[in-house]
Write a protein that binds this ligand. Structure first.
Ligand code: HEM
Length: 348
């Protein structure tokens, strides 16, 4: 649906909030179970946010002067969140498999066939290993107390009757949302800022505006769908129960009746009173992304850590999106030269 008024009507219509979120597919039995899982994961990530923040700065410092993006985005986020995703006590082979999955690009649907095949080849093995680990955790450490990692949070929030394989599937879905969605959003923010500002002087925008504008200009999730709960009519068209009706944040963010020069990347618009139109990078209403605040905070931290005291330039990238399951940036090289005091501090 591209008409903004109609899209907003759909998003506000209570009929669309009576069913289940398509985010979890058919892995959970009820909306209550979906909400419980979303909250458990959000609470876990919130509790670990201070540690992740600290690690972002370390991971940025370790990135090196030349890095290949967008894949460096999920790798960076993985480095900051690895211990929250699976605590350090799990078998090292499983953590190695997770790291491999991130390197191969299993954090988003890859747009190039070869890369997608390479990533998807790892999925069955990763799922099998996680399923085995879920089985063992469920048998040996019944959920009690604070979750130690994302897997504990998922196991604790899932109804007991779910199979180990389904729990593993939900875990992988959330792992992808954390590492992939955040990582690619960092990539978009850096690319767009570098393309729209000459190298040398620091960017004239606070990271906050930059991250918001990148998510407006190139929202990672470009389409959100809702299942029509009963026969309905929208915009004069009939929809039968079960049809998926989709609203596109991408199109809403580029509606020239609602945004001033929407095709232009302008972080300063976030400082203009009334300068914003309908904005839904994390969807809207009761199905809004459970991790939105955590995600926004980590993206902003990562962009700040990478750009602070450094001169960033990009080669090979452009702002055209690659639309696969989501909106990915095209490959680019980031050069990061530390300014003198930062270089000295790193050497020390
Ligand atoms: C840049 C980062 C992210 C973006 C752009 C994003 C985007 C979205 C969007 C658009 C939805 C709604 C999908 C729909 O209605 O069909 C969603 C749902 C969800 N997201 Fe995220 N997400 C991000 C990061 C995260 C993180 C870090 C977490 C976990 C901490 C997370 C957990 C969830 C959950 C649990 C839902 C389902 C909410 C529900 O139905 O109750 N997301 N996300």
């Amino acid at each position: 649906m591209r008409d903004t008024d109609l899209a907003l009507t759909v998003l506000r219509d209570p009929a669309f909030h009576s069913g289940m979120s398509t985010f979890f597919g058919d892995m959970l039995p009820s909306r209550t179970a979906q909400i419980a899982l979303g909250r458990a994961v959000r609470d876990l990530m919130r509790a670990h946010l201070p540690t992740c923040r600290q690690r972002v700065a370390e991971a940025a410092a370790g990135l090196g002067p030349v890095s290949q993006w967008p894949e460096a985005g999920p790798l960076l986020v993985y480095r900051c969140t690895a211990d929250v995703l699976l605590h350090p006590g799990v078998p090292p082979a499983l953590r190695r498999q997770m790291a491999q999955a991130v390197s191969a690009g299993l954090t988003a649907r890859q747009p190039y066939k070869r890369q997608r095949a390479r990533a998807e080849l790892l999925r069955p093995r990763l799922l099998a290993s996680i399923t085995g680990h879920v089985r063992s955790r469920r048998m040996h450490s019944p959920a009690a107390g604070e979750p130690q990692d994302l897997l504990d949070a998922v196991i604790g929030a899932c109804p007991e009757r779910l199979t180990d394989r389904t729990v593993a599937g939900l875990y992988v879905l959330l792992f992808q949302s954390i590492v992939g969605n955040i990582g690619y959003a960092v990539a978009w923010s850096l690319l767009l800022a570098c393309l729209h500002h000459p190298p040398g002087p620091p960017w004239p925008w606070p990271a906050e505006w930059l991250v918001r504008e990148a998510a407006r200009h190139r929202p990672f999730v470009w389409m959100v769908g809702r299942r029509v709960p009963h026969p309905l009519e929208f915009g004069g068209l009939p929809f039968s129960a079960g049809t998926i009706l989709s609203v596109s944040p991408y199109l809403l963010h580029h509606d020239s009746h609602r945004w001033d020069r929407p095709e232009t990347f302008r972080p300063e618009r976030w400082n203009e009173p009334g300068g914003q139109g309908p904005y839904l990078p994390f969807s809207a209403g009761p199905f809004t992304c459970a991790g939105a605040a955590v995600a926004h905070s980590l993206i902003t931290e990562a962009v700040t850590a990478l750009s602070q005291d450094a001169r960033l330039t990009v080669n090979g990238g452009d702002a055209r999106p690659l639309v696969s399951g989501s909106v990915l940036p095209r490959p680019f090289t980031l050069r990061r030269a530390l300014k003198a005091p930062a270089r000295l501090a790193l050497m020390r």
